[in-house]
Design a protein around this ligand. Structure first.
Ligand code: FAD
Ligand code: UDP
Length: 374
């Protein structure tokens, strides 16, 4: 008997919504279920006092891939926002990412040659040839002063562990530049959708049946019966009932306040890089869209340990977790019914553009294969 849907899609974040859009375009019948009360996953934005609030932390779109940039621009107009966070270390203010402005603020140097000489000397003294963890990698890239003021304590707060226990790749996300350039990203394209992210998901899901407040794992047998295939974008360990143990994630608590003032901190993102504050960042949402509303909305971001009652925001990609993940991934090798994708199901520290890219690739492979099978 044919089932009512070709695809059941679990999760209305980027992976789920792009999948629904691409599959619907090819004539497949899709049902999207989402356990939260809204679409958009962690990219969801909501208007408060006329300001688009990034409900799950600052989301800045950036990519080097022209096709992905054009694809997202098909669903919203993007502004020219360039992420240039400020770091506050014990009330000293520094520019991020690490660039000539930061080096000048730290050491009073004015030329790249002077800055390089200081960093080289510190790397020579404290660095290691083959960095194996975040601490070694950071010191080898920028020396001990920047590590101590801008990296060590922030990283300990963010990840809840010593930087020696973390993989080196995490810190490689941040550029180090010997130019006076405060752009946090090296990518060619960057911006914020004017009017927020939610509109992108509304358009991706237009014409597709979406059931909110619906948890797949609470009723999976019934849901599996509804469709030929299931695209699952939730945590992979939960899908397999933690049979190889729980993967580790970091969670966050967002504390949002409306303030009766026009401009609280003068920048969208201020990182607090010492242990003096328990939060890592304060986001002032209006600055993502150059807003001039009379009020402002700020969010403090508090990292927290994860357990099954909390949202899993960041995979902790150390070797222990990566080997557990591989066991889960291998379970599905022989099974054509389930397709996994996105940050939680692939257990990867993906940015948005990477999830757009992986969903588009995976859907193309599926639809091309189905076409050639026919
Ligand atoms: P998600 O957005 O997590 O969507 C998965 C969806 O599945 C969720 O809505 C969830 O509720 C639903 N779901 C899970 N389990 C079930 C279930 N059992 N039943 C039904 N539904 C279920 N990326 C950038 O490019 N730039 C940034 O500036 C940036 N900032 C970030 C800041 C923070 C604080 C965080 C946490 C992430 C940030 N990211 C950023 C990454 C970005 O959020 C992700 O790349 C993207 O949201 C991943 O999309 P996804 O579809 O994989 O997952
Ligand atoms: N980081 C840091 N100090 C900062 C900002 C970042 O030490 O002021 C480190 C920290 O370990 C963090 C990593 O760099 O986890 C990646 O930073 P990014 O801003 O990319 O983190 P995300 O936006 O994904 O939370």
């Amino acid at each position: 008997m044919t089932k009512p849907y070709d695809f059941l899609i679990v999760g209305a974040g980027i992976f789920g919504s792009v999948s629904a859009y691409e599959l619907k375009k090819k004539g497949y019948r899709c049902l999207v279920i989402e356990k939260r009360e809204h679409i958009g996953g962690n990219c969801y934005t909501k208007s408060v006092e006329g300001i688009n609030v990034h409900q799950y932390g600052a989301h800045i779109f950036h990519t080097n891939d022209k096709e992905i940039w054009e694809y997202v621009n098909g669903f919203a107009e993007f502004n020219r926002y360039t992420n240039s966070p400020i770091a506050n270390y014990k009330d000293e203010i520094y520019n991020l990412p690490f660039n000539m402005n930061t080096f000048h603020q730290l050491w009073g140097v004015k030329t790249p040659e002077e800055a390089k000489a200081i960093i080289d000397e510190q790397v020579e003294k404290h660095g290691v040839k083959n960095p194996e963890n975040l601490e070694e990698q950071a010191i080898s890239l920028v020396g001990i002063d920047i590590y101590n003021k801008l990296i060590r304590e922030y990283t300990e707060k963010q990840w809840g562990t010593d930087a020696k226990n973390l993989p080196a790749f995490i810190i490689k996300r941040l550029p180090v530049r010997f130019t006076y350039d405060n752009n946090y990203f090296n990518d060619r394209y960057q911006g914020i959708p004017i009017g927020g992210y939610t509109q992108i998901f509304e358009k991706l899901l237009e014409g597709t049946e979406v059931r909110l407040n619906t948890d797949y794992l609470k009723n999976r047998n019934e849901f599996d019966e509804l469709a030929e295939k299931v695209i699952y974008t939730g945590p992979i360990d939960a899908f397999y009932d933690y049979c190889f143990g729980a993967l580790e994630y970091r969670s966050l608590r967002f504390d949002t306040e409306v303030l009766d003032m026009e401009n609280y901190q003068g920048n969208a993102v201020v990182n607090y890089t010492s242990h003096d504050q328990p939060y890592t960042r304060i986001i002032e949402h209006k600055h993502f869209e150059f807003g001039n509303q009379p009020k402002t909305v700020i969010t403090r971001e508090y990292p927290s340990d994860w357990d099954v009652t909390k949202e899993p925001y960041y995979p902790v990609n150390n070797s222990k977790n990566d080997s557990i993940f591989k066991k889960y991934r291998d379970l599905n090798k022989e099974n054509e019914k389930y397709i996994f994708g996105g940050r939680l199901a692939e257990y990867r520290y993906y940015d948005m553009h990477q999830v757009f890219g992986s969903a588009l690739n995976k859907m193309k492979r599926i639809t091309d294969k189905n076409q050639s099978d026919q």
